[in-house]
Ligand binder design. Structure first.
Ligand code: NAD
Length: 473
């Protein structure tokens, strides 16, 4: 979905938000411009012989900022992919990584393709050819540019890319670190598939640990019982909605997909809806819910939390004034246009911005990259030693007190941390600390019109500017 004709496009929209923050900063002349613009965008057109003819595909890899390397960002498969979109997404990657203190620059890639139109074999051939074009220009490289999944791609595509890299650079011992989001057996990490959705959950939990911030949206209490609408039941939306429903007591009252939307005030079972979508290709016909073909109208549904988790510009000047949710968490990249952002700010809607809200993916990708470079699974060395130590401690406590832990508690205390536990702990810590840095700026500079998004930009731009300054720029 693109913004309405009266609005700036996606990249300009990101720039408007960037400029709002930059205007509040004291930077050397030209620094804001240096940070804002994309360093380079490579366009490739390549042919693949398919179905008896040569098909030409167009792909992009944009590098926004190399203040830290490698640069990092997903590869998207969609017919809407274009240069402006990848540049906007690459810019968001720079700000996101700086905000959550992941030591990467920003990049993004995309291929103009509708994956549903091609068989798995065909997609593999197209992906391998696209990967080859990027690898030979070091636009896929463990030390320089590390892609990950995004819309329309997943672990399968990352496995093909990793294999393509390994075939070309067979002497690179760090080859597996050339891409993240791989399947576990190919060097992937536990918890990567769910990471972005999990990060959305952790972000909301941290927000609700700050009652003063919660009050700004007009909400109160905890996540328990909150009415949630989610747009897009893909990787990010599905995991976020599922965890919020199953672990935090949220009621998912609306789910918007490509074919329309379903609502139910009693709450939708996310797992059941997901299975239904896989089997039927959409939400239409899901039992016990009301269906409408006008999916976008459900963005305006009466709810506490709106989670756009599909694509950019879905909340725009056309519908912003009618959005009822007092709290929006941008699980997708750029779902709220700059003009909609203005309208919502005036209404008092709190927006937890994309560069923070969906940073769980790149955070766990960072853990995967570190794991690939260290060639060892997290927890492998210390887990059993920890368990032996905990065992000793529990035995001593029981001997000293003459009381016994319940078997359940005992087992929980004894358990050493495995990779998934460590990944979740690292992700939770990252999301908490990043929110705490944002809310400090939000609250301290509220008088200057600083909202959460501007606070996020202020922090990340400052960090990037400091790096450039240290590098002599
Ligand atoms: P995905 O392809 O797995 O899922 C997208 C979902 O949105 C699909 O279920 C699709 O059917 C649905 N959708 C598409 N168009 C729609 C429309 N017009 N209305 C309603 N639903 C629609 O993609 P994803 O990986 O979940 O990514 C979603 C968003 O999250 C993107 O903006 C992406 O950039 C962002 N993101 C993803 C990750 C990640 O780790 N996958 C990380 C950070 C940010």
């Amino acid at each position: 979905m693109s913004a309405t004709p009266h609005e700036p496009g996606f990249r300009d929209s990101v720039d408007v938000m960037f400029n709002r923050a930059a205007a509040l900063m004291d930077m050397p002349p030209g620094m804001a411009e240096k940070i804002r613009v994309a360093n380079s965008t490579y366009t490739v057109r390549f042919g693949v012989k398919l179905r008896g003819e040569i098909m030409t595909f167009t792909g992009y890899r944009s590098v926004h900022s190399e203040h830290a390397e490698p640069v990092k960002g997903g590869i998207r498969y969609s017919m809407d992919v274009n240069q402006e979109e990848v540049e906007a997404l690459a810019a968001l990657m720079t700000y996101k990584c700086a905000l959550v203190e992941v030591p990467f620059g920003g990049s993004k890639g995309g291929l103009c393709i509708d994956p549903s139109e091609w068989s798995e074999d065909e997609l593999e051939r197209i992906t391998r050819r696209f990967a080859y074009e990027l690898i030979k220009r070091d636009l896929i490289h463990p030390a320089q540019n590390v892609p990950a999944p995004d819309m329309g791609t997943g672990a399968r595509e990352m496995a093909w890319i990793a294999d393509a890299y390994k075939r070309i650079k067979s002497d690179d011992i760090n080859a597996r670190a050339c891409v993240t989001g791989k399947p576990r057996h190919l060097g992937g990490i536990a918890g990567r598939v769910e990471a972005t959705g999990r990060g959305v959950q952790y972000a909301l939990r941290e927000y609700f640990r700050h009652p003063g911030d919660v009050a700004k949206s007009g909400l109160s209490g905890s996540l328990d019982g909150k009415r949630v609408v989610v747009q897009g039941l893909g990787n990010v939306g599905y995991h976020a909605a599922k965890f919020l429903e199953e672990e935090d007591g949220c009621r998912i009252v609306g789910i918007i997909e490509r074919d329309g939307a379903i609502t139910s005030d009693a709450g939708l079972n996310v797992e059941a809806v997901k299975h239904y979508v896989i089997d039927n290709g959409g939400v239409e016909g899901f039992e016990g819910a009301t269906f409408t073909t006008d999916g976008a109208s459900v963005l305006e549904y009466d709810c506490d939390i709106l989670i756009p988790a599909a694509l950019e510009s879905t909340v725009n000047v056309g519908n912003a004034a009618r959005i009822k949710a007092p709290l929006i968490i941008e699980a997708a990249n750029g779902p709220v246009t700059a003009k909609a952002d203005e309208i919502l700010r005036e209404k008092g809607t709190v927006i937890i911005p994309d560069m923070y809200a969906n940073a769980g993916g790149v955070t766990v990708s960072y853990f995967e990259w570190v794991k690939n470079l260290s060639h060892i699974r997290f927890g492998r060395l210390q887990r059993r030693q920890e368990e032996a130590y905990h065992n000793l401690l529990v035995d001593e406590i029981e001997a000293m007190t003459g009381k016994r832990f319940s078997p359940g508690k005992r087992a929980k205390i004894l358990e050493g941390a495995d990779e998934l536990t460590l990944v979740r702990s690292g992700l939770d810590d990252t999301m908490r600390l990043a929110y705490q840095s944002m809310t400090e700026v939000w609250n301290n500079r509220a008088g200057e019109g600083v909202d959460l998004r501007t606070a996020a930009f202020l922090i990340s731009i400052r960090r990037v500017a400091e790096t450039y300054k240290s590098l002599g720029l």
